[in-house]
Design a protein around this ligand. Structure first.
Ligand code: PMP
Length: 277
């Protein structure tokens, strides 16, 4: 495992963040997580694009060109000597005396390359609980401020579930760290890419795969009841990939999942193919 802070590679356990770092004191920053398959970062361009969008949304300026991020990530993967890894990178507003308004200092980039977390059994799937979405209204920004997400995830895991599904005013938005899809009568449903959800890279890929497979896609809000009455449901994320849901609160979904299985299979093919290059 390897880490990078500001301008150099460091040991992952080294204490390098100054007390007056904006990320440390305010969570004033943004991040990305990229999956590495067979030594190759998957969908890196898409992640870099979203990173830039998040940065722009909070007026954060990259301290160096985007190409340097790619170079740091590539060097990190090489140094880590890992084939299956998660690359985490973030940008904070920098190091300055604590004050709420933006200081005049360069943003700080940091990164870690860590062993990929094992994913749950896809055949079995996961159970989920629904919880009130208590987050702010700009969830499309991949902000370091994850307190509501962490609290929701903790509640889910403490009660033996794999994910918390967030619900705002009766509408299913997304998971605490994933996007949510439902299948009903052969059609695939997911929340539209508004400010209420993170525009997941995996979500976009799955939507693209659905189009290629000619599965009708409906990007429209749906309720908790709709999700519980779905024929199939699954979450998507960089680390969970495409993960079927078998139970929502006390509602058990059908074991037969033809469309989810097809999308799982195609998604796995996609990164296998990518990793072979
Ligand atoms: N929503 C939230 C709130 C997340 O934290 C994540 C994971 N980063 C996702 C959705 C899934 O996004 P992606 O597919 O880009 O990992």
């Amino acid at each position: 495992e390897i880490a990078f802070y500001e301008n150099k590679f460091v040991d992952i356990n080294e204490k390098v963040v100054p007390i007056q770092e904006r990320g440390h004191q305010f969570g004033d920053g943004i991040y990305e997580v990229v999956r590495v398959y067979n030594g190759q970062p998957f969908l890196l361009e898409e992640h870099l694009e979203r990173f830039q969008k998040s940065a722009d949304a909070i007026e954060l300026v990259l301290p160096f060109p985007k190409e340097k991020i790619t170079a740091i990530i590539d060097e990190g993967i090489t140094r880590s000597e890992m084939k299956e890894a998660d690359v985490y990178f973030q940008l904070t507003r920098g190091i300055a005396p604590r004050q709420h308004n933006y200081p005049e200092c360069p943003a700080v980039f940091s990164m870690t390359v860590r062993k990929a977390r094992p994913i749950s059994n896809r055949e079995k799937g996961i159970s989920v609980i629904t919880l009130e979405d208590e987050r702010w209204l700009n969830c499309y920004i991949k902000s370091l401020n994850l307190l509501p997400n962490i609290i929701a995830k903790q509640k889910a895991l403490k009660n033996g579930h794999g994910e918390a599904i967030l619900v705002r005013e009766g509408i299913v938005t997304e998971g605490s760290s994933s996007n949510v899809f439902a299948v009903k009568d052969g059609k695939l449903y997911t929340h539209p890419a508004t400010k209420r959800i993170l525009h997941g890279i995996t979500r976009a890929k799955v939507m693209q795969l659905a189009k290629e497979l000619r599965i009708p896609l409906v990007e429209k809000e749906f309720t908790t009841d709709f999700l519980k009455n779905a024929d199939e449901a699954f979450i998507t994320s960089t680390s969970a990939e495409v993960m079927p849901i078998h139970t929502i609160d006390d509602t058990v979904l059908p074991v037969d999942r033809p469309i989810s299985s097809m999308l799982v299979e195609e998604f796995v093919k996609l990164y296998h193919h990518h990793a072979m290059k």
